[in-house]
Ligand binder design. Structure first.
Ligand SMILES: Nc1ncnc2c1ncn2[C@@H]1O[C@H](COP(=O)(O)OP(=O)(O)OP(=O)(O)O)[C@@H](O)[C@H]1O
Length: 360
């Protein structure tokens, strides 16, 4: 099962440039979470901080019981083995064929025999739909295949946490959906904790259990996906619609004069090409594992968790969650298929424990 990742009061600067500050939230174990944010808000820096490649100057990052900002380098080495990371471009070695690329972490970090390595590599290549392509070089295959090879390589050490940096970059919408489906299926199969960093709104709306957004050097919010998707926060609504109207500008933020001018243009009928407000309202159904996959344990645990905190969530989010449960025949929140009746009482965690003060 995946481990919990708890980030508290995290602040990162490069010299005098503050990237983000006081970021607090928890990735629940075995659930799929996504972090949204305009370009340059430090999402990749955040991922690199989680695996100890960059060092924030304040706060803590607990991976299970270990605070990676306080631990020894030996402990950090052990913690890193829990991670599988899919970088934007797949980060494959150009001179190695796919088989050797995927085998690389096994040969580097384990003492497995070549026949054991072969068994694992072929299994992961099959899982990511790459059987038959193992002899190809990265330069000979499409961007989508490179991503999947990167994913296969991220999976060979049986990670408990999978970090995915912009899974859609360089992919068309159909291939992005296939990759997202792979992530959901993998979550069902190995119950790993998954964090996806993305600006793909469709993916953010349909794939994760939990959703957050970084903006203006802060975590605007993080919590069950229904909270962000029904939020009235102007930056969140603007981002979801991809509209020019709102506080987010071409560079990080804009001034009042520009905001007034853009609003006047919109009122005069000038379209900025964004998705209509009504189209972006509501919570679409979540992507499910491919039929025949194991039940997603993260989804069951999430339901228990959300049930515990339901009354603390904004009304819009509560309504969306209750509606979704009702559509699945889960009644008004008092009964859950597949979840023990004692579950709601078993956790003492409050919404603040899970999501910090930024949960809304
Ligand atoms: N090693 C570094 N040294 C100095 N500045 C850095 C370093 N890495 C990132 N930055 C800066 O941190 C900021 C955030 O970068 P980051 O790549 O994390 O943004 P992002 O949200 O992932 O953007 P995008 O969505 O466009 O990929 C940028 O201003 C970048 O220049």
């Amino acid at each position: 099962m995946g481990v919990e990742v708890a980030v508290e009061g995290l602040t990162k600067s490069f010299g005098s440039q503050k990237i983000w500050e006081d970021v607090t939230f928890t990735l629940p174990k075995g659930e799929v979470s996504a972090l949204l944010g305009p370009s340059g808000t430090g999402k990749s820096v955040f991922l690199k901080s989680l695996i100890g490649l960059l060092r924030p100057e304040a706060g803590s990052i607990h991976i299970g019981d270990t605070d990676i900002l306080q631990c020894t380098s030996k402990e950090l080495y052990e913690v890193r083995k829990l991670f599988g990371v899919l970088f934007q471009d797949g980060a494959l070695f150009g001179s190695m064929n796919l088989y050797d690329n995927v085998a690389f972490p096994l040969r580097e970090h384990t003492r497995k025999s070549e026949s054991e390595v072969r068994k694992i590599v072929m299994e992961k290549l099959e899982l990511t739909g790459l059987t038959g392509a193992e002899g190809k070089l990265p330069g000979e295959i499409s961007g989508g295949m490179r991503k999947r090879a990167g994913l296969a390589r991220a999976l060979v050490l049986d990670p408990e946490i999978i970090l995915v940096d912009e899974p859609d970059s360089g992919l068309d919408p159909v291939r992005t959906t296939y990759l997202a489906q792979s992530l959901i299926d993998i979550n069902a199969q190995i119950d790993a904790t998954i964090l996806i960093v993305t600006h793909n709104i469709n993916l953010a709306r349909t794939v994760p259990d939990n959703l957050g957004m970084l903006y203006r050097k802060r975590l605007v919010m993080f919590g069950p996906r229904e909270v962000l998707l029904t939020s009235e926060e102007p930056s969140v609504r603007q981002f979801l619609r991809g509209s020019k109207i709102g506080p987010i500008g071409m560079s990080e933020e804009k001034d009042d004069a520009q905001m007034r001018e853009e609003l006047a243009q919109a009122e005069a009928g000038h379209s900025d090409g964004s998705v209509g407000e009504d189209e972006m309202r509501g919570v679409p159904p979540q992507m499910q594992p491919t039929p025949g996959s194991p039940t997603r344990q993260g989804e069951i645990r999430r339901e228990e968790r959300v049930r515990d905190m339901l009354d603390t969530l904004p009304q819009n989010a509560q309504d969306a969650i209750r509606e979704e449960w009702a559509s699945r025949g889960h009644g008004n929140g008092n009964a859950t298929a597949g979840v023990g009746a004692g579950a709601a009482a078993s956790s003492s965690d409050s919404v603040d424990d899970h999501y910090g003060s930024s949960a809304q």
